[in-house]
Design a protein around this ligand. Structure first.
Ligand code: GLU
Length: 311
């Protein structure tokens, strides 16, 4: 499919998406993001797309994509159009990188992981790249085999309004530093891939976990550099375990049991949404309720919340 085919028709005022990484089966944390983005799209009478974020191929697990799709289907999610896969989109990312290169916004960086281990950790918990390679590779670095590509970040603030968290502002040069858009192993970075794909798929509304709130200014900066539109953003609380860690596929969070209506209801509760007096007996009934009763304004304005037990 070409990017143009995917552009929304003029009628489409809302197009959302769910973009799981296939690093394991769907767990409660990713279900929360899926429920929020799907309910927001349903309530808006919009479209909802599915994109498998397998740009980080070494982290992808065989069978994870099929397991995620099967669970989503069983839980009654219906997506519009074909499923996109980032592993099939590399040419578009390379094209975007060329456009950044043409503006001299990116430069090769040959720093090693060990060299970077001493970089200062900034306000948002990211290691801030000190700009070692920003003015060209020093002679001994130029001979290192593989360079990453970093984008030059501005010292002026990038601001946006999140639908739940309100006005957010970040100074990328101070809070993040020049960040990687293509890794030294040749793979494109999530930050670039997500920007290219959200635009190519005509996404108007991004609804996702609040762990990505601090990534959004990077993405908006890249959108502007590439002349791409900025979608609306709504970040929802991230589910954490008893140790305060985000539930994640890599850390082995329990997979959602297929067909488990109670998992949908648990996600709905987690998002502080109103439930009917009588719990729906069927998944179809749940979504009918969700379509008319989703209220983004009810979302807890928290970055993280404990996951309920036994989900
Ligand atoms: N692929 C990311 C994840 O699974 C989500 C990216 C996004 O929604 O922008 O955490």
């Amino acid at each position: 499919m070409t990017d143009v085919d995917a552009a929304p028709s003029a009628r489409v005022r809302y197009r959302g998406r769910f973009a799981p990484s296939p690093t394991g089966p769907l767990h409660f944390g990713s279900l929360v993001a899926a429920v929020a983005s799907y309910a927001d799209a349903l309530a808006a009478g919009g479209e909802w797309l599915l994109r498998i974020e397998d740009v980080d191929m070494p982290r992808s697990r065989p069978g994870a994509e099929a397991a995620i799709l099967a669970t989503l289907e069983t839980l009654g999610f219906e997506w519009d159009g074909p499923v996109w896969r980032q592993s099939e989109r590399v040419a578009s990312y390379a094209d975007a990188l060329e456009r950044l290169l043409a503006q001299r916004l990116v430069y090769p960086c040959a720093c090693t992981r060990a060299e970077r281990a001493h970089d200062r950790v900034g306000r948002i918990g990211e290691r801030i790249y000190p700009g070692t390679c920003a003015n060209g590779l020093a002679a001994e670095r130029g001979t290192r085999p593989r360079a990453a590509m970093r984008v030059r970040t501005p010292a002026t603030p990038v601001a946006f309004v999140d639908r739940r968290f309100g006005a957010i502002e970040q100074v990328l040069a101070a809070d993040v530093g020049d960040f990687v858009v293509r890794r030294s192993d040749g793979l494109f970075a999530y930050q670039l891939a997500v920007v290219v794909d959200d635009a190519a798929q005509g996404i108007t509304d991004v609804v996702r976990g609040a762990d990505l709130l601090t990534s959004t200014p990077r993405q908006i900066f890249l959108q502007r550099a590439l002349g791409l539109p900025t979608p609306r953003y709504l970040h929802v609380p991230v589910a954490i375990d008893a140790h305060g860690h985000k539930l994640s596929k890599q850390s082995g969070a329990a997979a959602i049991q297929r067909g488990a209506l109670h998992s949908l209801i648990a996600a709905w509760h987690f998002l502080d949404q109103r439930t009917p007096d009588e719990h729906p007996a069927r998944i179809g009934e749940f979504w009918t309720w969700a379509r008319t009763n989703w209220r983004a304004a009810r979302l807890p304005p928290a970055l993280m919340l404990p996951a309920p037990a036994l989900v």
